[in-house]
Design a protein. Structure first.
Length: 122
């Protein structure tokens, strides 16, 4: 059964969650976290998105992103794909780095956003 398309509209705000394949570490050292952030920054700027907050743990990351004209799926595809290439080359490996498709929760700007920031202390 095909996946449902993501909801997209200009100004949509998403809580994005990415996780390492099999819940394994994908940000092994601080430099890996910086490499992931470089990609987030590059593609959010290229496609005029806004990053309000983030948390990068060893095996997963949370991003709070607002999109404009470019759908979140395009931005995340480039972030995930280029980080996977970096990670596999650096650690001389092949295959998936991330578990399944990223999770994206469309945020209500009032209740959910405030709760998310309070809970995650982003």
């Amino acid at each position: 059964m095909p996946r449902k398309p993501r909801v997209h509209y200009e100004g949509a705000l998403y809580h994005v969650i990415v996780r390492g394949n099999n819940k394994r570490c994908i940000f092994d050292i601080d430099n890996d976290k910086l490499e992931y952030l470089k990609r987030v920054k590059k593609y959010k700027e290229k496609y005029e998105g806004k990053l309000y907050a983030y948390v990068i743990m060893d095996n997963h990351a949370h991003l709070l992103i607002e999109v404009l004209r470019t759908p979140l799926s395009k931005i995340m595809q480039l972030i995930q794909q280029t980080y996977t290439q970096y990670y596999n080359k650096k650690y001389d490996r092949t295959g998936h780095v991330f578990e399944q498709r990223y999770k994206a929760i469309l945020c209500n700007r009032d209740e959910y956003l405030l709760e998310l920031i309070r809970y995650r202390k982003l």
